[in-house]
Design a protein around this ligand. Structure first.
Ligand SMILES: NC(=O)c1ccc[n+]([C@@H]2O[C@H](COP(=O)([O-])OP(=O)(O)OC[C@H]3O[C@@H](n4cnc5c(N)ncnc54)[C@H](OP(=O)(O)O)[C@@H]3O)[C@@H](O)[C@H]2O)c1
Length: 215
């Protein structure tokens, strides 16, 4: 059973929603790591919460933050050098379980209309960083679950999501951050190894559009 979770990029939007649900709905302890979290997340300090200011490239800080942790959630994978540093810290400390948020399309799994629109609307260096990061994770020894997120929106009343395995076409054009958090919680709560070494598309069912509806 997961007892202590390290959240990397803890002040990010999905992280904040995940933290709120974990604090409310579980009894896990949290280490919240990221740039200036002591400022952004000051209100969360409490018996179950430790805040660590740091970047993904600060190896010693990462190693220290991993003490006693049994699961890591990584909320940004856009720079390969950062992802490499995170993987090295996990491998050095023997923490094997990683859930990482990346983007849809890194496996050529998105239909051409949506893929073309996505490529036109994201910097190529960002996409390249996500692809390289995901490959580093896949080449690691970690028990990873990569989440290939499609286009994100916020809607408190919508937690709908589906998980689409590697090798299958992933056509969903949008998913709410709340739906992504629901997926992360379900994956965290799964006791067996079903989601280990898996890369999953995360999307809202029946949103097979050529671009997200909100753009
Ligand atoms: N927007 C979309 O439609 C979309 C679609 C698919 C996937 N995604 C990806 O989904 C992920 C989660 O989404 P989100 O909305 O929660 O993103 P977000 O609000 O941008 O959160 C990412 C967090 O990671 C932190 N971070 C990044 N690099 C770091 C580093 N080197 N050291 C320490 N902290 C670092 C950021 O800190 P700073 O604020 O200090 O930079 C930020 O707090 C993102 O990685 C995003 O790229 C987004």
């Amino acid at each position: 059973m997961t007892k202590k979770v390290l959240i990397l990029g803890a002040a990010g939007e999905i992280s904040r929603m995940l933290i709120a649900r974990l604090l409310k709905e579980s009894d896990v302890e949290l280490v919240l790591y990221g740039r200036n979290v002591s400022r952004w997340l000051a209100s969360l300090v409490g018996p179950r919460v430790e805040l660590v200011d740091g970047t993904f490239s600060e190896s010693e800080k990462l190693v220290a933050a991993l003490s006693g942790v049994d699961l890591v959630y990584l909320n940004s994978m856009s720079r390969a050098a950062d992802t490499k540093s995170v993987i090295a810290a996990l491998e050095a400390t023997g923490v094997s379980r990683l859930i990482g948020a990346t983007i849809a399309g890194i496996e050529g799994e998105v239909p051409s209309g949506l893929a073309t629109w996505t490529q036109a609307n994201l910097p190529s260096s960002y996409i390249e960083g996500e692809v390289a990061s995901a490959n580093l994770v896949k080449d690691s020894s970690l028990d990873y679950t990569l989440l290939r997120l499609t286009w994100l929106f916020n809607d408190e009343s919508n937690r709908e999501y589906e998980l689409v395995p590697s090798g299958a076409e992933f056509a969903d054009a949008e998913v709410s951050r709340q739906g992504v958090v629901a997926a992360i919680l379900a994956i965290m709560e799964t006791e067996d190894t079903k989601y280990y070494r898996q890369s999953l598309g995360v999307g809202k069912p029946n949103t097979h559009y050529d671009k997200p509806s909100f753009y």
